[in-house]
Design a protein around this ligand. Structure first.
Ligand code: UD1
Length: 430
């Protein structure tokens, strides 16, 4: 069993290069189904979620070729399948984007309900399905498989009563080739939605308003291949910003769009860290103990829920009391038990975590409950006295490229260690 073993206490100093955005890539890759053509896509992160998505596309008949580690060529001319079985979707939440892409291209999709991060308890897709229905699709679910079909998709008006990234993306995918005009109101505004819309427009789609809460799509009959470069990963960048501040280090985070990081920058400054912004990088440094602050997650441009666990790890060590409220997901504080094992003082009250800052954390065996919870454990481990062993790191590998290499390069003492099962038991008993 692989674990991360971290010896805490090193300040991080140096530079970290950010990879392409996971949440943009998992939408852009299935979007290639919407044309029978060849695409070259750059800045694709080398992470488990992307490998899972590429494997699904290959099983459906796409040819995938790596031009270098982060550039892939996808040929979708021989896609033959509109069905995606559970064996392929179970490890990837975003596999539900295949529903929108297949429906948009073939007027038919059969996709097994996905697995992936489970922090929100049941993660519904009712809004996605209502969106498809507004375009004229008939939806049925049977044995965990969702089927959507239409004789012809027609543009429609869709109002989401809750802001949903996934539903906005899925409806965009289904609507780009529908006949007529689709209006999506109360759309999500995340940077990866803009990135997907830019990609689709380069394929020949006609999408206006992405990045605002009203998106207008005028259907086109044909789309074609294109060359595209995916935006940098806002959450990966935010994670390293928080790690730099939490360890009292000084790190330049490169290949980013500072505007996408504003909610994180603002909160780090409120805690007392210094954040300097440049064209495509930020420098984060801090000295001494930081001050606590309150965080409330919201859809973009609010504070991202995907940064909530990492920021809570930082607040666990700040002076005074902080209140962290997650208004996006109902149940995203499971990881707090792990921080408590390291000495953090955090109480959960409904949708909020009340964090009473402590002067230090102590290394302990912990686990990564999900992707961002795992990132929070890394930050806590980097700051803690002694050794932290993180298990279930498969979650972290889903979304962070070269995390050990990137952190080691800035002075962290972190290693990926393969523990034989029996040794693992001894370690636990010790
Ligand atoms: C995406 C991100 C995820 C992030 C989340 C919120 C990807 C691949 N994943 O997830 O990392 O945490 O946005 O920023 O981009 N909801 C419904 N019905 C639906 C859909 C969603 O009630 O049909 C609710 C959810 O339960 C949740 C809220 O809407 O409370 C937001 O979910 P949504 O924005 O859809 O998240 P995802 O797209 O799944």
């Amino acid at each position: 069993m692989e674990k991360f073993v971290i010896r805490g206490g090193s300040e991080l100093h140096g530079e970290i290069e950010i990879s392409g955005a996971k949440n943009a890539a998992v939408a852009i890759l299935p979007a290639t189904i919407l044309a029978k053509d060849i695409f070259t896509i750059e800045n694709v992160p080398d992470i488990k979620d992307i490998n899972s998505m590429l494997q699904i596309l290959e099983e459906m008949g796409a040819a995938v070729r790596y031009l270098d580690r982060s550039t892939i060529q996808i040929d979708t001319r021989n896609i033959f399948s509109q069905t995606v079985p559970y064996e392929l979707t179970k490890n990837l939440r975003a596999s539900y984007y295949l529903l929108g892409a297949l429906l948009g291209m073939y007027n038919h999709a059969r996709v097994a309900m996905p697995g992936g991060c489970n922090f929100g308890g049941v993660r519904p897709i009712d809004l996605h399905l209502k969106g498809f229905a507004s375009l004229g699709a008939v939806i049925s679910t049977d044995g965990g498989i969702v089927e959507a079909k239409a004789s012809k998709l027609l543009g429609g008006s869709i109002y989401f009563d809750k802001v949903s990234v996934g539903a906005t993306i899925n409806v965009l995918l289904a609507a780009v080739k529908a006949r007529g005009i689709t209006i999506i109101e109360n759309a999500a505004r995340e940077p990866h939605i803009v990135d997907l819309a830019n990609f689709l427009n380069l394929m020949g789609a006609n999408i206006k308003g992405a990045g605002t809460d009203v998106i207008k799509v005028e259907g086109v009959s044909e789309l074609h291949g294109c060359d595209y470069s995916i935006i940098p990963d806002q959450i990966e960048a935010g994670t390293y910003m928080v790690a730099a501040a939490a360890t009292g280090g000084d790190v330049v985070i490169k290949n980013i769009i500072p505007k996408h990081l504003e909610p994180i920058t603002v909160k780090l400054r409120e805690c007392g860290a210094t954040v300097e912004e440049f064209d495509d990088s930020v420098r984060v440094f801090s000295h001494g103990r930081l001050q606590g602050c309150n965080i409330k997650t919201k859809p973009h441009p609010g504070f991202p829920t995907d940064m909530q666990p990492q920021f809570t790890a930082l607040l666990a060590l700040c002076e005074g009391m902080s209140i962290v409220t997650d208004s996006v997901w109902d149940n995203r504080f499971r990881y707090v038990d792990q921080l408590t094992r390291m000495g953090a003082q955090i109480q959960i009250e409904g949708k909020a975590a009340i964090v009473q800052g402590v002067a230090s954390l102590k290394g302990a065996p912990v686990k990564a409950d999900d992707l961002r919870a795992g990132a929070a454990m890394i930050i806590a481990g980097l700051c803690a006295k002694g050794v932290t062993e993180i298990e279930d790191i498969v979650h972290i590998d889903r979304g962070y490229e070269d995390v050990v290499k990137k952190l080691t390069a800035v002075g962290a003492d972190i290693a990926r260690v393969d523990f034989p099962e029996n040794m693992n038991i001894r370690t636990k008993r010790a």
